[in-house]
Design a protein around this ligand. Structure first.
Ligand code: SAH
Length: 470
């Protein structure tokens, strides 16, 4: 019997990766993914709790799915991810129509859980966080037939930092690194299936390997992954400034696939706030790291995360954040207003910056970041950039079909095509030389001047219905 599963993903790339694993473990149960919740026999929400708003969004989504149960009595609704981990059973009490709650470490048990819910008619919650140093088994990622030439590979789970604002260590546990041989094997499988760009994922990837004794730390892991034949591009996220060693930075000079893009969250430019956040570095130390990265990789694109309105953040502290942004200059910036998360250190502090003031500060940060990003993107006007073609652009319409891809520096490049005919879809996974004709606030648009004629295997195109035979 064919059944359909609808999965909605919230939050970070770790969750997106977990969603792939969820679909993977459900495959033997003959669940076909669908984009239409009304068609589904199983609705799963992979939730995020990093900020208050993410959690509210989950609850309102859940509410909209409840009525579907009246039309389909067999429908099961489940919540996975970080809210599930945080709330467990309590979530079953809050949402009466919810059948199943499972934590990020319980994805492998999902088929058995679903089976029990169906056969016993019971509502279940399994949120056992793996706490031991060993014995954890990562679900090995498997190439999807989604036609994408880019893939994520998780290299570790959890986080050992104790940033005062952050709930991640609570819901994802301590750091556990995937053995390097497994990472390399996974990357190799992806590349053999046609993937050309890999993003290595972890909450704090650059502390990779400190929980293991095989001597492979993050720089050595990069060496091994970069050596996989056929891998053109390699990225990683997220890094903590504290673990951003010279040894790591120097890899940008020596490893050809390592792309010229670095995301290094700073959170604040005030030493007083950084200390209360327990970030473990000063603004000057962070700036020294950024300067070093730029010295090793001139022209690198650089991005960060900023929190405004952390408890006790004064106007003077905030000004220091602005001057740090002004000094470092970011090409992309992700900014957030602080929200207290249950069980964190900062939740004990008085949340004393009024919401409208937090919103104002965020607005000021965004305006500054906007100016910096626009200035940087403007330098691309009339330049020819190399783009790995990922597929149809989000801006694509029937009248104006467009494809998209990214530069090594992570800039989104859209380019019109005559039609979405199969000929153009064959470009997916190819390197295109694109001349930039227009610069938009967040991306650029251009014309293809040359497309690579590769003979490399691209079996994933079968998923798009495109024959790869020449
Ligand atoms: N280890 C990751 C954390 C991912 S959370 C990292 O260092 O990037 C992504 C971003 O969310 C954080 O960098 C931070 O800027 C923001 N964030 C985390 N907790 C928050 C909170 N309680 N309130 C507001 N923003 C928060």
């Amino acid at each position: 019997m064919q059944r359909f599963v609808y999965v909605q993903t919230f939050g970070c790339q770790m969750n997106a990766y977990d969603t792939e694993r969820i679909l993977q473990v459900l495959e033997p149960l003959s669940y076909t993914p669908t984009d239409d919740p009304a068609q589904a026999d199983l609705i799963l929400l992979n939730s995020c709790t990093v900020r208050d708003r993410a959690e509210q969004k989950l609850m309102s989504y859940l509410g909209t799915f409840a009525p579907l149960k009246q039309h389909n009595p067999d429908l099961l609704i489940g919540v996975g991810g970080c809210v599930a981990q945080q709330e467990g059973e309590a979530l079953l009490k809050k949402a009466k129509y919810l059948d199943l709650v499972f934590g990020p470490d319980n994805i492998p048990s999902l088929p058995a859980l679903i089976d029990r819910v169906r056969s016993e008619g019971q509502r279940l919650s399994e949120t056992v966080l793996h706490k031991k140093k060993d014995g954890y088994e990562f679900v090995a990622g498997k190439p999807l037939e989604d036609g994408k030439p880019v893939a994520n590979v998780t290299v570790m789970k959890g986080c050992n930092k104790n940033c005062a604002f952050c709930i991640v260590p609570q819901v994802r546990g301590r750091e556990l690194s995937k053995p390097a041989d497994d990472v390399v094997a996974e990357v190799t499988r992806f590349v053999e299936s046609g993937v050309r760009e890999i993003l290595l994922l972890g909450q704090n990837v650059n502390s990779y390997g400190h929980d293991r004794s095989d001597g492979v730390l993050f720089p050595q892991l990069l060496d091994r992954v970069a050596a996989v034949p056929g891998l053109d591009r390699l990225r990683f996220t997220t890094s903590h400034p504290w673990d951003c060693t010279d040894e790591l930075i120097d890899r940008f000079a020596t490893l050809e696939p390592l792309c010229e893009y670095f995301h290094l969250p700073v959170q604040s430019g005030s030493d007083r706030v950084l200390e209360r956040m327990r970030r473990g570095y000063t603004a000057a130390e962070y700036i020294e790291r950024a300067d070093r990265i730029r010295a090793v990789v001139p022209g690198i694109y650089f991005s960060t995360d900023i929190i405004v309105g952390f408890p006790g953040e004064t106007e003077a502290d905030f000004e220091e954040t602005l001057s740090l942004i002004d000094r470092v200059k970011y090409d992309f910036l992700f900014g957030f207003t602080y929200s207290p998360r249950p069980g964190t250190k900062a939740a004990q502090y008085e949340d004393d910056v009024p919401e409208p003031e937090k919103a104002r500060r965020l607005q000021v940060v965004f305006e500054l970041a906007d100016r910096q990003r626009r200035a940087r993107l403007a330098t691309l006007q009339d330049q020819v950039v190399e783009v790995l073609v990922e597929g149809p652009s989000r801006a694509s319409t029937a009248l104006k079909p467009q494809m998209m891809g990214r530069t090594r520096t992570n800039v989104i490049v859209n380019f019109p095509v005559g039609s979405m005919a199969l000929g153009q879809l064959r470009w997916v996974g190819q390197m295109a030389q694109v001349k930039v004709t227009r610069v938009s606030p967040h991306s650029v648009t251009g014309e293809v001047v040359q497309i690579e004629e590769t003979t490399r295997p691209r079996p994933f195109l079968a998923g798009l219905g495109v024959s790869t035979a020449a």
